[in-house]
Design a protein around this ligand. Structure first.
Ligand code: ZN
Ligand code: ZN
Length: 184
């Protein structure tokens, strides 16, 4: 059984991996970075300015406590910022998830979020339909989104020579040029 490889259309301008390869750090909004720095500073102020510091021998302890609490709170703010953007690109109810992540104590809400979040969507390079990033072919136009075995159609690595599931010789598959370009 063979399947015609769907050739990339003129609209395939190299932005195929734009969703998958997106820089995770760019998902942290500026407000949460600023807030994290402010909170870190506030915690330092709390430990070194507000709390009684008449015992000089406690200084290393205060430094350690200030640093660890400051880092913990700042990371939490960054995490909330990350979720606020991540939730939107996954088309999940943003308000509900922000509430869960912020209100559940000790970061449990964030853990629940990362366990339950929907897979990333990405646009088909050929017809721009939004599809699950795990799809091998576009459900609307049959465009091949990921390297697959030509016999069993399970996913393969771009560098594989034989299919790990059925042993098929992948070199016989005539992969589309845009996938072949990555293989060597
Ligand atoms: Zn498509
Ligand atoms: Zn196979």
């Amino acid at each position: 059984m063979s399947m015609p490889w769907v050739q990339s259309g003129s609209r395939n301008d190299g932005r195929t991996e734009e969703a998958a390869g997106e820089d995770q750090l760019s998902l942290i909004p500026r407000w949460s970075v600023v807030l994290a720095i402010l909170i870190f500073g506030a915690v330092q102020y709390l430990f070194h300015g507000v709390l009684p510091h008449h015992k000089p021998e406690m200084l290393p302890m205060r430094l350690l406590m200030g640093y660890s609490w400051g880092t913990a709170f700042a990371s939490y703010v960054l995490l909330v910022g990350y979720v606020s953007r991540d939730v939107k690109r996954r088309r999940m109810p943003a308000a509900l998830w922000m509430l869960i992540v912020v209100l559940m104590p000790g970061g449990i809400g964030a853990v629940v979020y990362f366990l339950l979040r929907q897979p990333l969507l990405r646009a088909c390079p050929n017809c721009r339909t939004e599809v699950m990033s795990s799809y091998h072919f576009c459900p609307q136009c049959q465009f091949q989104m990921a390297p697959v075995c030509g016999r069993c159609f399970r996913g393969v690595q771009i560098t594989d020579v034989y299919c790990t599931q059925c042993g098929h010789d992948l070199a016989k598959d005539q992969a589309p040029a845009r996938l072949r370009a990555y293989s060597d």
